[in-house]
Design a protein around this ligand. Structure first.
Ligand SMILES: N[C@@H](CCC(=O)N[C@@H](CS)C(=O)NCC(=O)O)C(=O)O
Length: 246
């Protein structure tokens, strides 16, 4: 697993995770943040692709390092994640990054371009996740998780409304997953990975029943999180959390 070192940049002191096995320059740098679900989407994709030839620079979002002049050049909205290649190619938006990395390094996480129906079903699953799930799950994560660290109380009306949407979403997903093992069909793809970080937040906020209370959705979740690549990231995060508490 990468080792954590601190480096100074003009945004202040940032943490850099260095893979001790890398003797040469890493293929790219992932600018992310600890506890960032959007960064985790990319980390999970890399782990599922068994790709370790990269470094992570962790920005401190509480300190506003993502709005530094230097980072605004990488991401015009001042957010993470961003990937930057030594030759300058830069990409933001977590799902675009996951898709690009899967294509560039041939991770088996996308349907083949030659199967146009499978590609269309992948696109459909991707849109459903972004448009019917991520917004409501993100609201719960912000109100019940992020606000804890800001010392702010959650807006329970926003949470109740988002929870209604999430339940309605998984009622439909329950029906779909009775016929398909994964969100885009019979194979595990990026469309499944996209859900994992925000569902983990739902569990962390005490809403795991939304998943486990539905048989087919619960079985899908088990299939996803028991994959070896996903387990590596979850174990690393558990370790980092335990180390931070010591
Ligand atoms: N749609 C973007 C969302 C990026 C995003 O909102 N990132 C959060 C961290 S999870 C962030 O940078 N927040 C700090 C800010 O908005 O200032 C993606 O998928 O990458």
């Amino acid at each position: 697993m990468p080792r954590l070192v601190n480096i100074a940049n003009n945004a202040g002191l940032v943490s850099k995770l260095v893979n001790p096995r890398l003797s040469k320059m890493p293929a790219f740098t992932l600018f992310g943040a600890r506890g960032s679900t959007n960064t985790d989407r990319v980390r999970l994709t890399l782990a599922e692709g068994s790709f370790t030839d990269y470094e992570i620079v962790l920005l401190d979002l509480q300190k506003g390092e993502q709005k530094s002049d230097q980072h605004m050049k990488r991401h015009p909205w001042g957010k993470v994640p961003v990937i930057v290649f030594p030759e300058g190619f830069t990409l933001y938006e977590s799902r675009a990054i996951c898709k690009y990395l899967a294509r560039k390094y041939s991770f088996p996480l996308l349907p083949p371009d030659s199967d146009v129906e499978a590609v269309a079903l992948f696109d459909q699953a991707q849109s459903a996740e972004i448009l019917y799930f991520a917004d409501s799950a993100g609201k719960i994560a912000f109100e019940k998780f992020a606000k804890r660290f800001m010392g702010l109380p959650p807006n329970e009306a926003v949470v109740a409304d988002a929870l209604r949407s999430i339940n309605a979403f998984f009622d439909v997903a329950e029906g779909l997953l009775q016929h398909n093992d994964y969100m885009a069909g019979k194979d595990f793809t990026l469309a499944d990975i996209y859900y994992i970080p925000l569902i983990q937040r739902l569990f962390a906020c005490g809403y795991g029943d939304v998943i486990l209370g539905r048989k087919a959705v619960g079985a899908w979740w088990d299939r996803c999180i028991n994959r070896p690549g996903i387990q590596i990231v979850l174990a690393a995060d558990r370790e980092a959390l335990a180390a931070a508490r010591r």
